[in-house]
Design a protein around this ligand. Structure first.
Ligand code: GAL
Length: 371
């Protein structure tokens, strides 16, 4: 190699590293430098569900021409607002945001709207503001209905104890999941198939099929997990300690998502007075798929995040291209009807886990044992 050639080669290597370093400095960014056109804000890395979404966004974004950036709010509405401001300063045109707290996120998206940004509420609806343009979501009522129906389909005889748990009251979805489940469970409580084991508020409302938001709040207030597996575990322990013998034996448990389901299942599974339990879940988290294979969790509701990501990014690109995105209906958020695109969900248990999650390439068979 001549000296001059070596020099050029070295320069090229330095330039390559400089480009790489620039590309990497934008945390979670894809695209080729410059300003950011789509900002994505997700609630927390502490729940596997949102780490799934991050990965699926990254997969969908590799190779696109749009610059995007993903920021996490780590369970804090203040951090969420700061994230939105950071992205606004980078010149985003579209904001895809899954709120930590539906009401509290209103202020952040109002700021974005003022800047002329199109706001897409992602998975969870931002409530009580008209500063939301679109909502991309799964059918959350159907999630709850599927959970309730699973308990009914797997019930044994009559008078079975029913333990209720719910998500965080700051998450509009928690109400939709609960409502969906209650609508199918309530007639089975009324006809004596199930008896409520752990909520005096639910017991009071056992003859009411269509609950108001306030009525749901009173039940959720008692049985919330706050989406926190530890809180779920503590509540389950308290409930079982307080339960009389006739509230044990063969029981059914409405658990709102996979993280809480696994910790509640662990508590029920280690109580010798519990003969058997059927427990629901949601999100098809990898750890819960293993629980289902092992017979420790009964079912999950599979929400194919690939579809949600595709819909949200598809919408964002249409907005960037000056088109009007297609929607399938609307959701009232307390202030306005928000145009929505909704995706169906799939019930998964031991019977179809391989077909739905492995054959569809959502997970690899090697991620599990005993399949
Ligand atoms: C909900 C979401 C669920 C679940 C939960 C806990 O809003 O729709 O899929 O992940 O949050 O994070």
């Amino acid at each position: 190699m001549t000296k001059r050639f070596k020099g050029i080669a070295l320069l090229l290597v330095v330039m390559m590293f400089a480009t790489l370093a620039a590309a990497c400095s934008n945390n979670g960014t894809s695209g080729s430098g410059g300003s950011v056109s789509v900002g994505i804000v997700l609630p927390t890395k502490d729940e596997p569900r949102w780490v799934q979404d991050e990965q699926r966004f990254k997969d969908a974004l590799s190779g696109t021409k749009y610059n995007t950036e993903i920021l996490f709010s780590q369970g804090s509405s203040a951090k969420e607002k700061e994230n939105v401001e950071t992205l606004l300063n980078k010149g985003i045109k579209v904001l895809i945001i899954c709120p930590q707290d539906g009401d509290a996120a209103a202020a952040a998206v109002e700021e974005a709207k003022k800047d002329g940004v199109t706001v897409i509420s992602y998975d969870r609806l931002i409530t009580n503001t008209d500063a939301v343009d679109y909502y991309v979501t799964f059918d959350s009522l159907a999630v709850g209905a599927a959970q309730g129906q699973y308990l009914i389909d797997h019930s044994k005889g009559s008078g079975q104890p029913l333990y209720l748990y719910a998500g965080a009251a700051t998450d509009n979805n928690a109400f939709l999941f609960f409502q969906g489940a209650w609508e199918v469970l309530q007639p089975k409580i009324a006809d004596g198939t199930f008896k409520i084991a752990n909520s005096s508020e639910a017991e009071k409302l056992k003859d009411t099929k269509d609950l108001t938001r306030d009525q749901m709040s009173s039940i959720i207030g008692q049985v919330t997990t706050n989406w926190d597996p530890n809180e779920a575990k503590n509540k389950a322990q308290t409930h079982l300690t307080a339960a009389a013998a006739d509230m044990k034996g063969d029981v059914v448990i409405l658990a709102p998502n996979d993280g809480t389901s696994r910790s509640i299942a662990d508590v029920f599974g280690s109580d010798s007075a519990i003969t058997s339990y059927v427990i629901t879940g949601q999100d098809a988290e990898q750890a819960s798929i293993q629980y289902i294979i092992d017979g420790k969790q009964s079912m999950t509701v599979f929400k194919d995040v690939r579809t949600l990501v595709k819909d949200a990014m598809g919408m964002a690109v249409e907005v960037l291209d000056g088109k009007t995105p297609e929607t399938t209906g609307s959701y009232n958020n307390g202030s306005a009807d928000i145009k929505a695109k909704q995706t169906d969900v799939i019930v998964v248990d031991k019977e179809n886990v391989k077909k739905e999650l492995i054959d569809s390439e959502y997970y690899k068979a090697s991620d599990f044992t005993g399949l």
